[in-house]
Design a protein around this ligand. Structure first.
Ligand SMILES: NC(=O)c1ccc[n+]([C@@H]2O[C@H](COP(=O)([O-])OP(=O)(O)OC[C@H]3O[C@@H](n4cnc5c(N)ncnc54)[C@H](OP(=O)(O)O)[C@@H]3O)[C@@H](O)[C@H]2O)c1
Length: 339
């Protein structure tokens, strides 16, 4: 009798636990914490608040975000300096995520729930400063195995920008020299490492406090742009990566050899100046590319690229993180950690 009673109790317990497990598997929470803006403005417009879990398209992944990289475009969008066509309020900020797939849409073929992925979300969509993000399958790649979510979350937008500028646009080769401006920043520190991995010679600009950092990353020559003229160190270069613009861009035409190329990520080069020096120029806007993130993950796992994170902030302190990025003096990247 006693044995049957114990069995009945166990069976009932099992049924209750089973039901709970199934309910847990089926019911994602309806809301999540996110950092959103309801209008453009200074950091006071950032609201850490409840928001609906993003809806999934058929080819989307629902990613439980562990870390979200902070980029200058985040605060530029917050202030309205960078306008995103189609963006509607309230808008969840953030374009970089690393996390674990919770659910997938019916057309997804490359990923499954439980996969660890990293992604740069389309600039029209955003939504990385949140507990969950909807990520198009084409934007994502498996997270590099050798690094944690914080370093993976630091990587996508900045590394893709460096890749698309140096490889896709400039076609950088091993026998070439590249001048990289703002080399210690988010884009710059990836650019130095990608250029070195391709075998190119790198001249990098940064303030003196970042010189040892850049030497460690492999830069061949480091110029203190505050006290030295980069023209004295970079002559007849094949490629300039301009992440500064203004006077820095204006002075960069003259250091390129005929046929060389100036790729800017901040402002279009002046066609008359390009013609005058018989050089080429381009301005690019980074595009999501899961396939390139696969290649970048391989380089990270091979030890060729190391994302550098100089600070992390919890999601609810996104305002502090953006203030830090807005100073324009970040070494590597700043990342939000997501509960
Ligand atoms: N077009 C695109 O698709 C695209 C994509 C990504 C970024 N961007 C833009 O590109 C720019 C750079 O982005 P990021 O993420 O690399 O920014 P970031 O991480 O904030 O860059 C900070 C770095 O810039 C350096 N710096 C500032 N002024 C400099 C100067 N005059 N010369 C040399 N270095 C200087 C600082 O070095 P020191 O502290 O040593 O001075 C710092 O390490 C931003 O304006 C961003 O909005 C555009």
């Amino acid at each position: 009798m006693k044995r049957f009673a114990a069995l009945r109790t166990l069976t009932r317990l099992g049924a209750v636990l089973g039901a709970a497990a199934i309910a847990g598997a089926q019911s994602s929470p309806a809301t999540m914490k996110a950092v959103r803006i309801h209008e453009h403005g200074d950091v006071s417009v950032l609201r850490y608040e409840d928001a609906p879990i993003p809806e999934l398209g058929p080819a989307d992944l629902l990613v439980r975000v562990h870390a979200a990289g902070v980029n200058p475009v985040d605060w530029k969008f917050r202030t309205g300096a960078f306008r995103m066509p189609g963006a509607a309020f309230p808008a969840t900020l953030g374009f970089d995520v690393s996390g674990v797939i919770e659910r997938v849409g019916p057309q997804v073929t490359k990923f499954k729930p439980g996969d660890e992925v990293y992604a740069y979300l389309n600039l029209q969509k955003g939504g990385g400063y949140a507990q969950f993000a909807a990520v198009a399958e084409s934007e994502a790649a498996l997270k590099p195995r050798s690094i944690d979510h914080i370093h993976a979350g630091a990587t996508p937008l900045a590394a893709l920008t460096a890749w698309q500028a140096l490889i896709d646009t400039a076609g950088l080769r091993a026998d070439q020299t590249v001048l990289i401006h703002a080399a210690a920043g988010g884009v710059g520190h990836f650019a130095v490492q990608i250029a070195k991995a391709k075998g190119a010679r790198v001249v990098a600009t940064a303030s003196e406090r970042n010189h040892a950092f850049l030497k460690d990353l492999g830069a061949d020559v480091v110029v203190d742009y505050r006290t030295q003229r980069f023209e004295d160190f970079a002559k007849n270069v094949d490629v300039v990566l301009d992440a500064v613009g203004g006077d820095t861009q204006a002075r960069s035409y003259a250091v390129l050899k005929p046929g060389g190329i100036l790729v800017s990520i901040v402002q279009p080069p002046n066609q008359a100046r390009l013609d005058e020096h018989n050089i080429r120029g381009a301005v690019i806007l980074v595009k999501p590319a899961g396939s390139q993130l696969v290649l970048i993950a391989e380089m990270i796992d091979a030890g060729q690229i190391k994302p550098h994170v100089s600070a992390t902030f919890p999601l609810e302190q996104a305002a502090d993180a953006q203030r830090a990025v807005e100073t324009g003096s970040t070494r590597g990247k700043i990342v939000l950690t997501v509960p």
